[in-house]
Ligand binder design. Structure first.
Ligand code: PEP
Ligand code: MG
Length: 678
């Protein structure tokens, strides 16, 4: 049954609803599937009709209520109020004034938001004075520092306790921050510095923090580099309490804004309430930051790594944040504002329409079933895979449980996590990938010193072979978890047959040991390899005899075969899954798998883009795995295609020499399907 939903907004632009603003309202309202109304006092008119709108005469300072007859049109309602709250871009000539600026950053969470900026100001305490502390006053200074740390700890515990349910699972980073507060490298060193150098606590804090930060920053690894940020966040908080300044308290924001910050700590991000924060952007931060993870679980658009956003944006500037493409538009002009208001409606409407496809069978029109699975990094994400209709887990990146700590997880710890995922998913399959550390995912306590080319270094299976003790613990935990459901094991970064043979040998030893110990387990589970190094493609006929399945990791396969650093923005334009060489490689792997009777799966990002689905079907993939949120859209695509037509399309694509031609072929054949209303 349909249900009326309304939102009230104050006319703040000088002329209220006049011909131009009314035309904008009508343009947005026409996106609604059902009736949409504008109400002033007791007068109710259709928002789709310009003459009706003008007839209710809404000058500045008057409240107007927009009402939709069906929940399906909430995105239109939101866009209308967004625009009205910005005075239709007409306040004080704003729309005609300052030139539009576009900034590019790293997309951390998808979606579009439009609103006013709120710049989180940390500059007020950037200037720290150094002064000398006399011998008798040292004790007092140490006490002052200790009580600032205690206050910081109390504040952080309060944040954890107040965190809303959605983000509570991510507050473990705050726990890490709390433990950092008393770390001897930070806390101990600062106390020591105050005492030995007889300087004030603020200066000692600054000195120790910058030395620790530069130490972390010098590390080649991106993950470790980001840990430097944790130290800065903790020290900022202590500093605030030392100088008595108020931490930029985002909980006090009482209007809807887009946060703009140089950096946003996980502690601050955890305080975000969707009712007031539409989205956020930061100068610093990258993909692996915990703040980005929190943005995704809150489901608000976020862009990080913008470098200069805080210099170019002032509080109250109008902003458009396109989290999907990583673009921020400052002072959008009239037409940009309308363009994005319309895009936002389409994006939100598309998302809610796609959801209905989550439980359709991922079968083509001519009856071919292509498994659609989810990729996860932590056990809690298994629920997201189920909610989005995933047929199982195609990639469980287990390395995250090893990162950000100073020891290796125990067999029991690993077993508990794996069993948790396996039981949540049962009877659906769970593909557990063994440790893929190093490269861009180094361990805190790695014995590996700096590598010249970490992506080509001692990572993944190579590390597991070098540390059989660590590998054994993990595979024992996997075999034990397999007792509770359907588990497959996946070996990362394989480049030779020897590695497969060696890993299989260790698997059977682990199985034998568990048998001797009478611990419940399964040792007959499927063993597969990631296809991400070109040598595996070349040897796929032979390797197919040694494994039970292939799983193509396009993220690395593209990086290694096209020689493009996947994390380097300068060469990102070359990074193309539809490159003719990549298509041929996938074909070679699926063909060799088929001849040997083993399935080929894909768990790289290529699998999560609907445009690629006709190609993947035609190339003979048996199962694909992706970010859980992409599952409904992919299922919709599969259920609208015919396998025979996709196979013909691939035959044609294999004769084309350039990525452009392949893209054009795809767009001309399936573009209408991609962009068709759902
Ligand atoms: C890949 O390389 O495609 C892959 C799925 O692995 P990761 O992204 O974890 O390197
Ligand atoms: Mg990889």
């Amino acid at each position: 049954m349909s249900q009326c939903i309304s939102k009230k907004t104050l006319m703040i632009n000088e002329m209220g609803i006049h011909a131009r603003s009314a035309a904008k309202i009508v343009k947005l309202a026409n996106k609604a599937h059902f009736n949409i109304w504008a109400i002033r006092d007791s007068e109710k008119v259709s928002a789709k009709n310009i003459f009706d709108l003008l007839s209710i005469a809404c000058p500045a300072g008057v409240w107007i209520e927009f009402v939709v007859d069906d929940a399906m049109d909430i995105p239109v309602l939101n866009a209308l109020t967004d625009l009205a709250e910005l005075g239709f871009g007409e306040i004080n000539g704003e729309s005609a004034g300052t030139p539009e600026i576009r900034l590019n950053g790293v997309s951390a969470s998808s979606g579009i938001c439009i609103g006013r900026a709120y710049v989180v100001d940390m500059d007020s305490i950037q200037v720290i004075r150094k002064y000398h502390i006399s011998e008798p006053a040292i004790g007092k200074e140490l006490k002052r520092f200790k009580s600032a740390v205690k206050k910081t700890r109390d504040d952080m515990i309060a944040i954890i306790n107040d965190a809303c349910q959605d983000i509570r699972e991510h507050t473990d980073i705050l726990q890490t921050h709390i433990s950092l507060l008393k770390d001897k490298l930070l806390y101990g060193k600062i106390l020591e510095t105050i005492e030995s150098e007889k300087i004030n606590a603020e200066w000692a804090l600054k000195k120790v923090t910058s030395s620790l930060r530069s130490k972390f920053n010098r590390m080649a690894d991106a993950y470790l580099k980001e840990r430097a940020t944790d130290i800065v966040h903790v020290s900022d908080r202590i500093l605030m309490n030392l100088v008595g300044a108020d931490m930029a308290d985002i909980t006090r924001i009482d209007r809807q804004v887009i946060l703009v910050a140089r950096d946003l700590s996980p502690a601050q991000a955890s305080q975000i309430k969707q009712e007031t924060i539409k989205g956020f952007i930061t100068d610093l931060g990258g993909k692996t930051s915990h703040t980005g993870i929190i943005a995704r679980s809150l489901n608000i658009p976020a862009i990080m790594g913008l470098k200069t956003a805080t210099n170019q944006i002032d509080t109250d500037d109008i902003l458009i944040v396109d989290g999907t493409s990583g673009i921020v538009i400052v002072h959008p002009d009239d037409s940009t504002l309308m363009e994005y208001a319309l895009r936002k409606i389409d994006y939100e409407a598309q998302l809610s329409r796609f959801l209905k496809y989550r439980f359709v069978e991922s079968k083509t029109l001519d009856g071919f079933w292509l498994g659609v699975m989810g990729n996860i990094e932590i056990p809690d994400e298994a629920q997201l895979v189920i909610e989005n209709g995933g047929d199982g887990i195609g990639l469980y990146r287990t390395e995250f449980q090893y990162m950000g700590r100073n020891d290796f997880p125990s067999e029991t710890e690993l077993f508990d996590s794996y069993r948790n995922v396996v039981q949540q998913m049962a009877p659906r399959p769970v593909t557990i990938r063994t440790l893929d550390v190093n490269g861009d995912k180094a361990l805190n306590h790695s014995e590996i010193t700096e590598e010249q080319n970490p992506a080509l270094g001692l990572r993944a299976i190579r590390y597991s072979m070098k540390r059989p003790d660590i590998f054994k613990i993990q595979i024992r935990a996997i075999l034990r978890a397999a007792h509770f459901g359907s588990v497959r094991i996946l070996l990362p970064m394989i480049s030779s047959c020897e590695e497969i043979m060696e890993a299989r040998k260790m698997l059977s030893i682990a199985g034998e040991e568990l048998k001797q110990e009478s611990l419940p387990h399964r040792s007959d589970i499927e063993v597969g390899i990631m296809v991400e190094v070109p040598s595996v493609v070349v040897l796929s006929d032979m390797m197919a005899e040694l494994v039970d399945f292939f799983s193509i990791g396009t993220n690395d396969l593209i990086q290694f075969s096209l020689a493009i650093d996947r994390g380097n923005r300068e060469v990102a334009y070359l990074y193309s899954p539809l490159h003719p060489a990549i298509i041929r490689m996938i074909r070679q792997v699926t063909e060799n798998g088929r001849k040997q009777g083993i399935p080929t799966y894909m768990c790289g990002e290529m699998a999560g883009d609907p445009l690629n689905i006709p190609v993947l079907l035609g190339l003979g993939l048996n199962e694909i795995s992706m970010n859980p949120q992409s599952i409904p859209a992919i299922k919709r695509m599969i259920s609208s295609l015919r396998l025979d037509a996709c196979s013909s399309l691939v035959e044609e694509a294999l004769r084309l020499k350039t990525t452009r031609e392949i893209m054009d072929l795809l767009h001309s054949t399936y573009g209408s399907l991609l962009y068709a209303a759902v």
